[in-house]
Structure formats: C-alpha cells, structure tokens
Design a protein around this ligand. Structure first.
Ligand code: UT7
Length: 371
C-alpha cells in the first residue's frame, strides 16, 4: 500500500513591525474606513532591512520542525512557494536548505503566486505517496511589500510580509492530504503581475522609469475571478476526496479580502464561522497566508487531529486550487529534537563547505597549471 502524506508540523514567523491603516493614511490618499469596508484589513507586518524571504522562511521551518520533532538532517525535500523570491536564481529554497543545514534535502522554489502553497503541498504529498521521499518541508514566505509601489493606493494597502511552513511525513494511517486540485488560466496573466525584471523586460532605465518592477493589478478583474473560482474549486476538492461539505470542520481560505471569503462561504452555503479569518492583522501575505492562518487556527483550538480541513486559494497566473486534509498532528516522538539549535550547526556547516570549495578551486587550479 502506498504511504499517506500526513501534516505533522507547522510554524509561522511574522516580522515585528506593524503598519496600521492609520500609518498608510500618512503615505497615500486612503483611509481606515475605506480599507476596512472594502478588504477587512486593519494592519499588516513589514519586514525589517535585515529580514529576507529566506530568513522568514527559515524561522517558520524551524518552528514547524520543532512541532514535528524532526531534525533538518531528516528532510528529503524543501519547497518554497513564494511570489517574492530573493533572486531569479538561486532558488530561495536552496538558501533555506543551507540555513537549516538540511544536508540531504533537494530544494526548489514554486511560483504559482498566492496559490503557491497549495500547489507545493500537492507536489510534496505526491512525492511522499509515490514512496520516493519520507519527509518534506513546504513553506510559503513573502517580503512582497518590497515589490509594491507605495504611491499606488490600489495595491499598497493590501499586502504584508510573513512566512508559514508545514512538515509532511509518510505514514500508514489513511489520513493527511486526501485530495488536491490545481488550476491555471494564463490568459488572465496580465490582471496581476510584476512585468519587469525577468527575461521579457530585463531591468532597464525605461522599466524603472515606468515602474514596471512594481506589482500591478486590475483589482476588479482579480476580484471577479476570485469570487467565481473559490467555492467551485473547494467543491471539486471535496468531491475528489469522496466527502461532502458537511464533513468539513474548517475552511482555511487565502487571506486576500474578507468580501471574497464571504462570497465563497455564500457559494458553499456554509456559515462564515466555518472559515478561518485573520487577514485583519496580516493583510494578504500571498503564499504565506494559508499556513499562517493554519497556525493560528490550531492555537485557537479550531483545528484538531482528526478534523477535515480545506485549504483554498487563488492568485496571479491566474492560478487557483484547493486541498482537503485530514489533520494529523505530530507523530509520537523518539528522542526530543531541538531544530533551532541546528541554526548554529548549519552556519558552521555552510562556512566549512565554502572553505572546502575554495580549497578545491586552489588544488584544481594548481593541477591545471602543472599539466
Ligand atoms: O492574492 C490576490 C491578490 N489580489 C486581490 O485579492 C485583489 C482582489 N480585488 C480586491 O480585493 C478589490 O478589487 C480591491 C480591494 C483591490 C478594490 O476594491 P473595489 O471595491 O473593487 O474598489 P474599486 O477598485 O472598484 O475602487 C472603488 C473606488 C475607486 O474610486 P472611483 O473610481 O470609484 O472614484 C478607487 O479609485 O475606490 C478608490 N480606491 C480607494 N480609495 C481609498 C481604490 N483604492 C483606494 C484606497 N483608498 N486604498
């Protein structure tokens, strides 16, 4: 029998700096009443100069590993879903792999915008079910506020920074990720994009002058798309798990806009209370919003082992997707592991690997000259 992909660890990390709607009123022509009534957002977190997408991701991953009681050396696969990678390459996931000291893990980034965490969860679950890996860490991490035009009130009020992570482990019990659905429609790609900085529009004076390296969005278009797909894809994922909406204890939607979540709840004919909402405090953290919301749902006792939960999201691409999970909780542990301590070991390991690479280059250089 093929193994099941259980979620056995979870962790979140958000920057300390809070930016309220009142703070935004000082930057752009907006007001608290408009932002709250149109989006439900009251405040968001902003990364400090020292914080990066990889550093937030590493903190969230260490917390998730602590819950799962797994050390970084146990990880086979790291997927970072992000809309604000540190570079085009190397992948942010490789930076996280190095910071964790996860010596045997393959690592890659997944770009499906705000749906990225659901897509990454699906990929990791498939790898576990196929039997090719045992343990995976899936992370959603963002410093998207660095890609915003702070003069554009249509976008700068919406987003925030943060990271969330799950640990997935192979287990025999029939629970964990029960089904997932991934969908895309590239014909809507221009509704939400960062046009420049890639190979289509390499960074130039013109792209900078025209602000093409900033996030651009047709808010109404994205809103219409989101309200159309959220309930539909939730239903699809539930059917694919051979369940009914009544079997689902909690829905954790992408935290973009309260009105979009309300429309999804109406479409599914479930009370809004069945949906977890925390966007008032974090805004839209893109790929990180679902794992951050999950951590808070657990903390508040709204998600317990045995419960069935749906994760559902949408984003640029266009992309959308949903996953049905029977919640597991950590596997009974052997010895207690303290993953945070690996931070120092990982730094030493990385430093030694860099020195070895230098020595290697010197030795090879010498041999080459002797020939
Ligand atoms: O992860 C996916 C990310 N994207 C999304 O989730 C975005 C989905 N879309 C939305 O959430 C909504 O479309 C928005 C919140 C972005 C906008 O809400 P809306 O109800 O669709 O407003 P609107 O764009 O239709 O704008 C209504 C008015 C406009 O003024 P006029 O043309 O009617 O005079 C805007 O200029 O509100 C104005 N406006 C603002 N006013 C105060 C737009 N942004 C602001 C603002 N403060 N920040």
């Amino acid at each position: 029998m093929s193994p099941h992909a259980h979620i056995t660890g979870w962790g979140m990390y958000v920057p300390e700096r809070v930016m309220t709607n009142a703070d935004l009123e000082k930057i752009v022509d907006t007001n608290d009443e408009w932002i709250v009534s149109r989006t439900g957002i009251r405040e968001r977190r902003i990364a400090s100069d020292e914080e990066t997408t990889a550093s937030l991701a590493t903190e969230a991953a260490l917390r998730a590993l602590e819950v799962a009681n797994l050390s970084p050396s146990d990880i086979d696969l790291i997927i970072v879903a992000t809309s604000s990678p540190e570079h085009l390459f190397p992948a942010t996931a490789c930076l996280v792999q190095d910071r964790l000291g996860a010596g045997k893990a393959g690592a890659f980034d997944l770009l499906a915008a705000c749906s990225g965490f659901i897509f990454a969860l699906d990929m990791a679950a498939q790898a576990i079910r196929s039997g090719s890996i045992q343990n995976a860490v899936v992370i959603g991490s963002e410093t998207l506020t660095r890609m915003l035009d702070w003069n554009d009130r249509n976008t700068c009020i919406l987003f925030g920074d943060g990271a969330g992570a799950f640990v997935l482990q192979a287990g025999e019990d029939p629970a964990g990720v029960l089904s997932s659905v991934m969908r895309s429609d590239g014909s809507g790609g221009d509704a939400l994009s960062i046009p420049a900085g890639g190979s289509r529009f390499p960074t130039s004076i013109e792209t900078l002058q025209n602000g093409l390296h900033f996030l651009q969005m047709d808010g109404r278009e994205v809103y219409r798309f989101a309200t159309r797909v959220m309930s539909q894809v939730t239903q699809e994922a539930i059917e694919s798990a051979h369940l009914k909406i009544e079997d689902i204890q909690l829905i954790i939607p992408h935290q973009a806009n309260l009105r979009i979540i309300e429309a999804a709840a109406r479409g599914l004919k479930v009370p809004l209370e069945r949906c977890f909402i925390n966007l008032d405090r974090y805004g839209n953290t893109s790929t990180a919003s679902i794992p951050i919301a999950t951590c808070e749902a657990i903390e508040q006792g709204r998600l317990k082992p045995g419960d069935k939960v749906v994760f559902v999201g949408f984003g640029a691409g266009l992309t959308w997707g949903a996953a049905v999970v029977q919640w597991s909780g950590p596997f009974p542990g052997r010895r207690k592991v303290y993953p945070a301590r690996y931070r120092y070991y990982a730094r030493l390991r990385s430093w030694m690997l860099r020195i070895l690479r230098r020595l290697d280059a010197i030795i090879w250089g010498g041999l080459h000259r002797e020939k």
